[in-house]
Design a protein. Structure first.
Length: 348
C-alpha cells in the first residue's frame, strides 16, 4: 500500500514495536521518528502522531500533545478506564482519531472514534492457531457455575459474598493483588511450568510454542467441571464499556455467562454481532444503573439458573453459543482495524 504523501510519523520508542508491527502489515515504508525535535524538522507537509494510551496512567501523551502541532493524532486505547474516557472527551478535536477497546456512552462532536477489540483479537489468535479447545468436554460436570474472580475489587467482593457458600458454584478469589498460586492446579492449566517471574496474570508466558498472557488461557479443568461462567470484568464504570479476555474466554469456549461489569456490556456485545442469553434469563440487569443494583440483579439470574436443568438450558442456547464461538474465532479483527487505520493515515 502507498500513501499519496509521505507523512512524518511520530510514536514513542516504547510503542515502536506495536506500531511498527501494523506498519509492516500494511507494507508501509514511512519516516518514523521517536525524537520530538527530529519529528518537527521532517520536511513533509503532513505530520501524524500515532499514540497508545499507557496503562497505568502516564502523562507523557498529554505532555507530547501540548508540545507539537500535528495534522492528525491517531490514539489507540487498548485499555478503557476512567482516565482514558476523560482523555477522549478532553481531546474531542477534528484532528483526533480514537480506536477504543469497547464503547463510550456519548457521541463525540468532532473527533472520530472506532471500535478495535484488541483483547478479543489477541485472545482468539491463540485458539485459532492451536488445538487447545479439544481439551474441553461437556459431560459429567460437578458445578453449574464457575466463578474465578481474580484480584480483589469491590464488585468482586459483592459477587463472592453472594456465591461463596453455594455448592453449585466453583468459586476462587485471590486474597492478594499480586501472588499467583500455581498450586491451585484446577484454576490454572495443569501443565504450565510455574515461573517465579510471573507477577500478574496479564504477564506473558510461552505455551504450546506460542506467546500468550496467563489470563487468556481458558482454565480447562474448571470449565470441564462447570456449565456456565460468572465474568467479573475489570471495572464497573457506567460511562463506558471495556470488554477483555475475561469475556472472550467463555465466548471462545461456547459457554453461557453473566457479567459483573460495566453497564451495557451485553449491549456492546450485541452491537459487535454477538448474541446473548435473553431466551433463557432476564438480561435487563445489563442496563441497571448503579453497580450494586446491577450486580444484584445479575446474581438473581445466577440463582435462577442454579434451579434449572443445564441440559435443557443448553438445548435452547446451542445456536447462540455456536454463533458466538464462530464469530470471535473467525472474525478478522485485525484486518478490520488495519483497513480503517490505513484509511486514516491516508486521508485523515
Amino acid at each position: 500500500m502507498n500513501l499519496e504523501r509521505n507523512p512524518g510519523i511520530f510514536c514513542f520508542a516504547e510503542d515502536s514495536g506495536f506500531f511498527d508491527f501494523y506498519f509492516r502489515k500494511l507494507n508501509l515504508n514511512l519516516s518514523v521518528y521517536h525524537d520530538v525535535d527530529k519529528f518537527r524538522l521532517h520536511p513533509a507537509n503532513r505530520r501524524i502522531a500515532c499514540l497508545k494510551i499507557p496503562y497505568p496512567y502516564n502523562p507523557r501523551v498529554e505532555q507530547l500533545i501540548s508540545k507539537i502541532n500535528c495534522d492528525l493524532f491517531i490514539v489507540l486505547c487498548t485499555e478503557m478506564h476512567t482516565y482514558v474516557y476523560n482523555f477522549i472527551k478532553k481531546y474531542d478535536y477534528k484532528n483526533f482519531v480514537f480506536f477504543i477497546n469497547g464503547d463510550i456512552d456519548c457521541k463525540l462532536n468532532h473527533a472520530k472514534i472506532y471500535t478495535y477489540m484488541d483483547w478479543f483479537r489477541e485472545t482468539s489468535d491463540f485458539y485459532r492457531e492451536t488445538d487447545y479447545l479439544q481439551r474441553l468436554n461437556n459431560f459429567n460436570k460437578s458445578y453449574l457455575f464457575e466463578c474465578l474472580l481474580g484480584r480483589k475489587k469491590p464488585h468482586r467482593d459483592q459477587v463472592y459474598n453472594h456465591v461463596k457458600h453455594s455448592d453449585k458454584i466453583l468459586t476462587k478469589y485471590s486474597t492478594s493483588e499480586y501472588s499467583i498460586d500455581f498450586a491451585n492446579a484446577d484454576e490454572w492449566v495443569s501443565d504450565i511450568t510455574p515461573d517465579n517471574n510471573i507477577k500478574y496474570t496479564v504477564d506473558e508466558i510461552k505455551y504450546m510454542n506460542r506467546t500468550i498472557r496467563l489470563s487468556q488461557l481458558i482454565p480447562t479443568e474448571v470449565y470441564n467441571k462447570s456449565y456456565y461462567s460468572i465474568v467479573a470484568e475489570t471495572n464497573t464504570d457506567e460511562s463506558f464499556t471495556f470488554l477483555t479476555e475475561k469475556i472472550a474466554k467463555p465466548l471462545i469456549a461456547g459457554r453461557l455467562f453473566t457479567v459483573a461489569g460495566n453497564k451495557n456490556s451485553l449491549k456492546t456485545l450485541r452491537r459487535l454481532g454477538f448474541q446473548t442469553f435473553d431466551s433463557v434469563i432476564d438480561e435487563s440487569y445489563d442496563s441497571v444503573s448503579g453497580q450494586y443494583k446491577r450486580i444484584k440483579a445479575m446474581l438473581e439470574q445466577v440463582d435462577y439458573l442454579c434451579s434449572q436443568d443445564p441440559e435443557l438450558i443448553y438445548k435452547k442456547i446451542d445456536p447462540v453459543v455456536k454463533h458466538n464461538q464462530e464469530l470471535i474465532l473467525n472474525r478478522e479483527w485485525q484486518q478490520e482495524f488495519l483497513q480503517v487505520f490505513f484509511s486514516e493515515l491516508k486521508t485523515g
